[in-house]
Design a protein around this ligand. Structure first.
Ligand SMILES: [Fe+2]
Length: 298
């Protein structure tokens, strides 16, 4: 059995591509790399050709997420693993594979219909150092932890868990959150490397596929500058600065030009000896702007 080793790239469909150019660079510090196709641009976080592709679209949602396997042999084994499990998938054409700047590509949907891709060998532009879109003291945490994490829609938590377990992710319920209607939300968090989680799902009431994308800074001051920039621009903050119980990161949640949230963070994660779950966070994370799908009292 092989497993994916990182959430390596994302595709985002956006209705206002120019607003994204401004937000991604000045608010976050990502680097823009132009494409030779008019309908998209790339965002870099490190020396990989790109981590995010932003597409001009008539909708605002995640287009796909890409999971990396170690190499060619793991890629072949993954194809067999999906076939043996009866999971519908297809190996992408050479043109589709080249479009993602990887050497091998599988396309498949999760049980909620979200497009997933599994790939090996991304293009790494070693001759082109990461050049942030605004001055930064440090970098983004990527490397063997991938680009960050996403909180996505789940139509069936058990089916989602089994699907992502087959891809090689591990995890469980990590919060039991009392909701205003008396229900208890029990989001699941799954990991495939040293990042505490690469994917989370199980919040009720989601319509779009993506609730938030999390990116992590190596330097605390870069988080502070992002926070100040976003405040100065009058952009909504859905959850104020606070520290999560599970990944122990100091984060806040800003609205993006697409209406979903960007969780920017900094900190160090210490893994517990065995599974734990939480009723709330360490401090902060109060709801400020409501209606972004995170009106949670944690
Ligand atoms: Fe998050």
């Amino acid at each position: 059995m092989v497993g994916v080793i990182e959430l390596g790239y994302l595709g985002l469909n956006v209705t206002d591509i120019n607003a994204w150019r401004e937000y991604a660079t000045s608010c976050i510090g990502l680097e823009i790399a132009e494409s030779d196709q008019d309908d998209r641009f790339y965002l870099r976080m490190d020396q990989q050709h790109h981590r995010i592709t932003v597409f001009q679209s008539d909708q605002d949602d995640m287009a796909y997420m890409g999971w990396r396997v170690k190499g060619l042999e793991e890629f072949k084994t993954m194809i067999q693993q999906l076939t043996d499990a009866g999971v519908e998938h297809r190996v992408a054409t050479p043109e589709e594979t080249q479009e993602r700047h990887v050497l091998g590509l599988i396309k498949l949907n999760d049980p909620s219909g979200t497009a997933n891709e599994i790939y090996y060998s991304p293009q790494v532009d070693v001759m082109k150092p990461f050049h942030p879109g605004r001055p930064m003291y440090g970098k983004f945490v990527t490397g063997d932890q991938g680009l960050g994490h996403v909180l996505i829609r789940s139509d069936d938590n058990e089916a989602m868990y089994n699907f992502y377990k087959l891809l090689g992710l591990f995890g469980s319920i990590e919060y039991r959150i009392d909701m205003p209607d008396g229900a208890v939300a029990q989001p699941l968090f799954m990991s495939c490397n040293d990042r505490q989680h690469s994917i989370a799902f199980g919040l009720p009431g989601m319509v779009e596929r993506l609730n938030h994308l999390h990116l992590q800074y190596t330097e605390f001051d870069d988080l502070g500058i992002s926070h100040e920039t976003i405040r100065n621009k009058g952009i909504d903050v859905a959850m104020q600065l606070g520290k999560h119980a599970n990944d122990q990161l100091y984060t806040f949640y800003s609205a993006t030009p697409s209406g979903w949230l960007m969780e920017l963070g900094w900190g160090n994660y210490m893994k517990p000896e065995a599974q734990e779950h939480y009723k709330g966070d360490i401090f902060g994370h109060a709801v400020e702007a409501s209606g972004y799908g995170l009106d949670l009292d944690i």
